[in-house]
Ligand binder design. Structure first.
Ligand SMILES: Cc1cc2nc3c(=O)[nH]c(=O)nc-3n(C[C@H](O)[C@H](O)[C@H](O)COP(=O)(O)OP(=O)(O)OC[C@H]3O[C@@H](n4cnc5c(N)ncnc54)[C@H](O)[C@@H]3O)c2cc1C
Length: 379
């Protein structure tokens, strides 16, 4: 088999990139996924989409993606269950208030309609919270949440419609080089001759980078989500609500709630089994910030992997040590929401066009150059 470009990974990034390349007329785009589409981190995401970040690049990538999510059904024919209910960050320390005030100023300067509000206004928006100890909140009405698998299937179907090939149950096992040039991608279903590879392998990207001698510093870290029984009288516009101090967050999921939180005891690794070790800490955070959640029965949940980089920001760019190896990975917990914009950016890097935003500060080389780019507003 021969390909113009091989995209490794069938999550939101791989399918968005393949779709953007195929729609731009790039011939022979081949996407390779070792399992089912969306079976990696994407289907485990909480589905949050936002432009409320501290880093200008993330604000711009998030805002651009929000526009694309809004047009998604029209563009692809796929309903992605988009709820533009806003993101509400609850803040309890003067340092966090100052940092979010600076973020809101930067977001506003880039056209994002976020604002600071007082605790009483936060409770009107999200009535399940307690305002005790709250100093302020940051709210952006344009943010929200949608269904990750629907986005992946919409992109994959559109990519196919524009001539791309999607190979499932096909694992990339190696990349053949001749000097610094890529010759082929080796897979469990045979060799694909190509001179260009895009790595969108999420938490597994380090192994793919290593196939061409490139260090992509991405570490897997398990995160868990719990679902609750139906909740009476949930306001239809309940925002994605995040207690920034404890990292407890929740949004509506059908008639109940989807609840998540980080677990500081979790260590890097690829395990995605669920466990109950995080429950006491989750309960303590609920008691402090949203005691009403304690009365809700858990009806299910799952675990998935964050793909962490040392500064909790993405790796997007093209290798300099080998010809035509591009990468978009390491999204550190905010990759779903950047899928549309990053697909557009990688298409432009591939075509040698100037992308709508300069992502060179996100290159993997930034760590060796001692130029990290930390994102403060992370969940
Ligand atoms: C609990 C949880 C909640 C989250 N909530 C949010 C949220 O609210 N908003 C948000 O923006 N983000 C969220 N995220 C993060 C988000 O899920 C990821 O950043 C995003 O899905 C990354 O997409 P991806 O396409 O890069 O990776 P993935 O979806 O992991 O796709 C990578 C794919 O590559 C495939 N692959 C790997 N190696 C190979 C190989 N050698 N050959 C072939 N295929 C290969 C894998 O099977 C996988 O399907 C959350 C993550 C978790 C775990």
């Amino acid at each position: 088999m021969r390909a113009g470009v091989v995209v490794v990974g069938g999550g939101v990034m791989g399918t968005s990139i393949a779709c953007h390349l195929a729609r731009a007329g790039v011939p022979d785009v081949v996407l390779v996924e070792r399992d089912e589409l969306a079976s990696g981190s994407t289907s485990k995401a909480a589905g949050g989409v936002r432009a409320q970040f501290s880093d200008e690049l993330n604000i711009r990538l998030g805002a651009r993606s929000l526009e694309a999510f809004t047009r998604f059904e029209q563009d692809t024919g796929y309903d992605i269950g988009l709820h533009r209910v806003g993101y509400l960050f609850l803040l309890s320390t003067p340092e966090d208030v100052a940092s979010f005030e600076a973020g809101v100023r930067l977001q506003n300067s880039l056209g994002v309609p976020s604002r600071m509000i007082d605790p009483a206004a936060a409770r009107r928006l999200s009535p399940l919270i307690s305002t005790e100890g709250l100093l302020a909140a940051a709210f952006s009405p344009d943010d929200g949440h949608c269904t990750p698998e629907a986005v992946v299937h919409g992109y994959a179907a559109t990519a196919r419609r524009h001539g791309a090939t999607v190979l499932r149950h096909c694992e990339v096992t190696g990349i053949e080089l001749h000097g610094d040039d890529i010759r082929a991608v080796l897979t469990t279903r045979g060799r694909i001759a190509t001179d260009t590879v895009v790595c969108a392998a999420g938490a597994w990207s380090r192994a793919v980078g290593a196939m061409v001698g490139l260090d992509l510093p991405v570490e897997p870290l398990r995160r868990q989500i719990a679902l609750t029984e139906p909740v009476d009288d949930l306001p239809p516009g309940l925002p994605m609500t995040i207690d920034f101090t404890t990292s407890l967050y929740f949004h509506t999921e059908g008639p109940g709630l989807l609840v998540g939180m980080s677990d500081p005891d979790e260590r890097p690794g690829f395990a995605t089994t669920t466990h109950d070790r995080w429950i006491p800490r989750l309960g303590a955070a609920m008691e402090q910030r949203a005691p009403a959640l304690l009365d809700l029965r858990r009806t299910g949940g799952w675990a998935g992997l964050y793909e962490l980089t040392p500064d909790h920001n993405a790796l997007i760019g093209e290798a300099t040590s080998v010809s035509r190896f591009l990468y978009a990975t390491g999204f550190s917990g905010h990759g779903f929401l950047q899928g549309p914009a990053v697909g557009e950016v990688v298409r432009d890097l591939y075509l040698g066009r100037v992308p709508f935003v300069d992502v060179s500060p996100l290159s993997a080389g930034r760590f060796a150059a001692d130029a990290p780019r930390p994102e403060a507003n992370r969940v």
